[in-house]
Design a protein around this ligand. Structure first.
Ligand SMILES: N[C@@H](Cc1ccc(O)cc1)C(=O)O
Length: 514
């Protein structure tokens, strides 16, 4: 829980909102310095040292890693081993994670390590917390994790930076980690046995990205609902499709909720079934499309929050009872399934909006609005093409989003000499999901232009239905970014502003966002 703009790390619950709030702001974080808690953590680390001195073989402490687990590491090399782990995993490629994504990774890794079953010292936890508070963000390439054995390669960049190696972003500059540590008066860590494995052998990259995906998806749920209300109004649609009683008869609660939001945005005609009796499915079935997302989000959230609050590490160390448990908790199957599912749900929203756009711009379906929603009715109207090209862009973004919905998890392949012979691919699923979200947000930005145009033009028609104050307000909000497209003009910068507004979740919509 964030209290007084401060966040305390210990073995308490960490929610998606906490991850997002800390990653997007500079909330001060601190470790619970209560003796009982610190002693509990320290006992795990002491137990590791006891294992080392006794010489009993324990995986990853005095053995090689992965398939090399039968290589016994002599005592004099045991302290060298952690550095080798993060060093040989320095083979990531691809775009770097963003600053806020890296911060989310650190919060999520802390949440797991703070449970106290990883055999690490409080010092290590304090170093990650210092990185968060100082604003030091390791440069983490996003590609190279199969998501079981955790996110070994991307997390190796966190482990290395904590020890003053590789590169970080600090005060908006890319620099050697060692230099950033010096500038912020932090000493580089020297990892003890098990500590590099504890940092790297977990699902924190895919889970951090999943927190972002969940948050963006939750906002899109509301935004696509509002867009549907506006599209229905612009098309002079039948608001009775969203009748309250009708929705009690098919009681998926998320779907009912979406229908109620649309209903509250529209002024329901007294006479039901006036005008066109049935709208096309992208309008009439919008609660059934967005509702699937609304009903899935709670379980997606519970998968993500279970993962955040799990010990996703191996071996698991119970310092209290002096037990080592060898298992496979680094396997990201739940996140993989949640993100593969979310990809499908979000791409369906893009598809729905693309169809709504097709209705709005086409005089065969838009109930009297001008072709391509062009507002130009002056002497030069013939040269104005309105939103013609915008529709093409929206179709392209939609197709690209749909193309990426192939589940990542079914592409599991045996790797690392068949030790990791079944893997989750959860990190790829999370990354694909974020790309689909980006494309779908672009489609939503395009649709905001279209519904702004469509509603404004409908209001200019002599006989139009009353516009509900909520939609009036949305039109007012949009008019701060958008101007009616009259003569042809390039729309890119307005689309960028809309996209920015979506990413910042600036409209409160149906619930309050930040
Ligand atoms: N995750 C593996 C450990 C591992 C670590 C590093 C590797 O390079 C490979 C495997 C396990 O716990 O079994």
């Amino acid at each position: 829980m964030i209290d007084n703009k401060q966040f305390r790390f210990d073995n308490g619950f960490v929610g998606i909102d906490d991850v997002i709030n800390i990653s997007e702001s500079n909330i001060v974080t601190y470790l619970n310095e209560n003796d009982e808690y610190l002693n509990f953590i320290q006992r795990g680390a002491d137990f590791i040292l006891q294992i080392v001195s006794e010489g009993t073989p324990v995986y990853g402490i005095n053995t090689g890693y992965g398939d090399s687990c039968n290589v016994v590491i002599p005592e004099h090399l045991v302290f060298k081993l952690p550095r080798n782990l993060y060093t040989y995993h320095g083979c990531g490629l691809g775009q770097f994670l963003s600053n806020s994504q890296v911060r989310a990774v650190m919060v999520v890794r802390l949440a797991s390590l703070c449970k106290g079953f990883s055999g690490i010292r409080p010092l290590l936890l304090r170093q990650i917390i210092a990185f968060l508070n100082e604003g030091i963000a390791p440069l983490i390439p996003s590609e190279g994790s199969v998501g079981a054995s955790g996110d070994l390669t991307p997390l190796s960049y966190l482990a290395a930076a904590l020890c003053g190696e590789r590169e970080v972003i600090y005060k908006h500059q890319r620099m050697d980690a060692q230099y950033a540590l010096r500038l912020s008066c932090l000493a580089p860590l020297q990892l003890q046995p098990k500590e590099a494995l504890a940092l790297m052998n977990g699902t924190s990259v895919m889970t951090a990205l999943a927190c972002e995906a969940y948050t963006r998806a939750n906002y899109l749920k509301e935004l696509t609902t509002r867009i549907t209300s506006m599209a229905s109004y612009a098309l002079d649609g039948n608001a009775n499709h969203f009748d309250a009683f009708l929705f009690t008869l098919k009681p998926h609660s998320g779907q009912e909720n979406i229908a109620s939001w649309i209903r509250e945005d529209l002024v329901l005609p007294e006479k039901s079934n006036s005008g066109r009796i049935q709208d096309r499915y992208s309008i009439r079935c919008a609660p059934h499309i967005i509702g699937v997302l609304a009903d899935a989000l709670p379980w997606i959230k519970s998968h993500i929050e279970n993962e955040i609050n799990s010990v996703n590490d191996n071996p698991v160390i119970d310092g209290e009872n002096q037990k080592v448990m060898h298992g496979g908790h680094f396997y990201g199957g739940h996140i993989a399934f949640a993100m593969d599912s979310l990809k499908n749900l979000i791409a369906n929203l893009a598809d729905m909006m693309d169809r709504q756009m097709a209705l709005l711009v086409d005089t065969r379906y838009n109930n009297g609005l001008p072709a391509n929603l062009s507002a130009d009715s002056g002497p030069d109207a013939a040269v104005s093409h309105g939103l013609k090209a915008l529709q093409i862009s929206v179709s392209a973004w939609t197709a690209e989003a749909l193309k990426l919905t192939m589940p990542a998890s079914v592409f599991s392949r045996s790797t690392e000499c068949h030790n990791q012979d079944k893997v989750s691919m959860g990190t790829i699923a999370s990354r694909d999901c974020l790309r689909i979200l980006q494309l779908t947000e672009q489609v939503a930005a395009g649709m905001l232009v279209a519904v702004y145009q469509g509603v404004s033009l409908r209001l200019q028609m002599p006989q139009h239905a009353p516009l509900h104050p909520r939609l009036h307000m949305m039109i007012d909000d949009l008019s701060k970014i958008l101007v009616l497209v009259f003569e042809d003009r390039a729309l890119q910068s307005e689309l960028e502003d809309l996209l920015n507004a979506i990413r910042l979740r600036i409209w409160p919509l149906y619930s309050h966002h930040k």
